[in-house]
Structure formats: C-alpha cells, structure tokens
Design a protein around this ligand. Structure first.
Ligand SMILES: CC(C)(COP(=O)(O)OP(=O)(O)OC[C@H]1O[C@@H](n2cnc3c(N)ncnc32)[C@H](O)[C@@H]1OP(=O)(O)O)[C@@H](O)C(=O)NCCC(=O)NCCS
Length: 168
C-alpha cells in the first residue's frame, strides 16, 4: 500500500463528487455539492480538506471548514475496499493537525441518523455524541426544500417536550 494524504484541490472535485455519490451514508445536495460550490468551499477553507490517494486514485476524502471559532466536517468517506485500514483515521488525524495549527480546538461532524458504521468510527475517535443540541436548518431559497420543512414544534410537543423548549 502506497497511500498518501494530501490537501484536496479543485482538480479533485469531480472525482470526489462521483465517489461520494457512490457512497452509502452520505447526503449530497445538488446546490452545495457541485464543483462550483465546493470550489468556493475549498477557497474559503484553504488546506483543510484532504484526500487519501493510492496509485493516483482517490480512495478517501473529507471536507473540512471553520468559521474562526468551530470547525465542521463533511463527507468523510473511504472506498469500501480500503476500509478498516485506518484510512479515515489518517485523514482525520491530518485534519486535526491543521486545525490545531490554526488555533481551532473544537470540531463538529454531522452524521446521518442510524449510520452505525460512522458512529463506531467516531466512537473510536473519542467523539462526544451531543444529546443536548438539535440541528436546525434554514433554507434561504424557499423553492428548494420547503417540502422537507415542517411544524417540528408540534412534533416535539407530542414527544413530551415542554413549552420551555426553545432552539439555540
Ligand atoms: C466511516 C468510514 C469513513 C470509516 O473509514 P475507515 O477507513 O474504514 O476507518 P478506519 O480504518 O480509520 O477505522 C478506525 C476505527 O474505527 C472503527 N470502525 C471503523 N469502521 C468500523 C466498522 N464498520 N465497524 C466497527 N468499527 C469500525 C474501528 O474501531 C476502527 O479500528 P479497527 O479497524 O482497528 O477496529 C467508512 O466506513 C465509510 O466511508 N463509510 C461510508 C461513509 C460514511 O458513513 N461516512 C461517515 C460520514 S460522518
């Protein structure tokens, strides 16, 4: 195995997107996961996203960005035939190094509910599963995902969440 971890570049995006599309457990969105949008992401977060490459082929990838306070990880994935070889670990170790060098000490990862493999991986990384936070998404282009939005307060109350509950 001759694996290298290197920063993701614009020229990698088409291959990365195809690879992520083929990967179970990830959610890709047309508007934010096209080459143009991801190119902007790489430019704004220069040197924080990485690929694992073997013999010129991308076998793993992760996107990372930060806002000066917290970092966020997206689309961590390893090709099925390269899993359990510490490829994701190598990607994440590299991300931690560059984040620390930028003075960022906390990073959040979004994991699709019931993605057991991802949870097993993050557990091994000693991640803290936050049960005190709900993630709220706002769609600024109302035509896009209006159908997915819903009266979640009603749903929460029916689950026994009291009127003191408020998003933060
Ligand atoms: C999650 C994923 C990135 C892990 O990649 P990986 O390169 O196989 O992970 P590593 O080899 O670095 O695993 C490190 C440790 O995590 C744990 N782990 C990883 N995959 C596991 C699995 N399928 N079952 C149990 N434990 C697992 C193990 O403790 C492992 O160490 P070990 O092999 O010595 O037991 C990979 O399975 C993947 O691409 N999944 C599909 C995409 C996805 O769900 N991404 C997560 C988005 S947050």
């Amino acid at each position: 195995m001759n694996r290298i971890i290197r920063p993701m570049e614009d020229r990698d995006l088409v291959a990365c997107i195809a690879f992520w599309r083929d990967t179970d457990g990830l959610v890709l969105r047309e508007e934010s996961d096209c080459p143009e949008a991801l190119g902007r992401f790489l430019q704004r977060n220069h040197g924080l996203s990485f690929v694992a490459e073997e013999e010129g082929v991308i076998v793993g990838a992760v996107l990372c960005g930060h806002d000066g306070r917290r970092a966020y990880l997206y689309h961590l994935a390893v090709r099925p035939d390269h899993r359990r070889t510490r490829c994701a670990t190598a990607l994440i170790d590299t991300v931690w190094l560059v984040l620390k060098a930028e003075g960022i000490t906390r990073c959040h990862a979004y994991v699709r509910s019931r993605n057991l493999t991802a949870m097993q991986f993050w557990d091994r990384c000693e991640a803290e599963l936050r049960r005190d936070i709900d993630v709220l998404s706002f769609c600024l282009d109302k035509s896009e995902t209006a159908a997915q939005a819903g009266p979640f307060i009603t749903q929460l109350r029916s689950q026994g969440v009291g009127s003191w509950w408020m998003p933060y």
